[in-house]
Design a protein. Structure first.
Length: 202
């Protein structure tokens, strides 16, 4: 940091070039963006994701409902819609049954669904999630899960922003270095015919 400040103030080696100061300014701008801009982008990404996910949580809780069903028989070990437990534990060890229930309009429904625990025998009660039409659906997302996803989204936005800043800095410095070498090549080519003649008379 002290070296960067010295370059910006014009102190240091007498061999310092104007391009060194410009590169120092580029580095300073990138540092400011990394310290201020990237966190701001991450915060904005988290805020937007959290708002959208919370709206989705509210909508899912309004559209999906617990329904009392009756077990008809087993359905094998696979994942089905309507599981009121859901989550990692249920994904690792699901229990499925064939159940029958009543839709909101009173029409009968039946199908394969997942249960929150080991199912009982035929005739046992079981609670499942359904939509407004009475079809089995996955359980709604809870607020804590939504917030976790929002935080991960914010972290991802921060990392992408930081990567973009660093990529921009490297690209800018690379172009500056190329221009410097091009200028040096032109100056060297111009001085070439007089090389080695210094100090000769006539």
């Amino acid at each position: 940091m002290w070296v960067l400040w010295a370059l910006l103030r014009g102190r240091g080696s007498p061999l310092r070039r104007a391009t060194d100061r410009r590169e120092a300014w580029v580095a300073l701008g990138a540092l400011v963006l990394l310290v201020v801009g990237a966190p701001a982008a991450g915060w904005a990404g988290w805020t937007a994701a959290d708002a959208a996910l919370q709206r989705s949580v509210r909508a899912q809780h309004e559209e999906r409902h617990f329904v009392d069903a009756v077990v008809v028989g087993p359905a094998g070990r696979e994942r089905f819609a309507g599981d009121p437990a859901g989550g990692v534990e249920r994904a690792a060890r699901p229990y499925g049954v064939v159940a029958s229930w009543e839709a909101p309009d009173g029409s009968p429904r039946s199908g394969k669904v997942a249960t929150s625990s080991r199912p009982g025998g035929p005739g046992s009660p079981v609670r499942i999630w359904t939509d407004a039409a009475g079809h089995p659906v996955p359980p709604p997302m809870d607020g804590r899960t939504a917030r976790t996803h929002a935080v991960l989204g914010g972290i991802g936005t921060f990392l992408v922003a930081a990567a973009c800043v660093e990529a921009g800095r490297r690209l800018t410095v690379r172009r500056m270095v190329r221009r410097r070498y091009t200028r040096l090549d032109r100056e060297w080519a111009a001085a070439g015919p007089d090389w080695g003649r210094a100090g000769k008379g006539g």
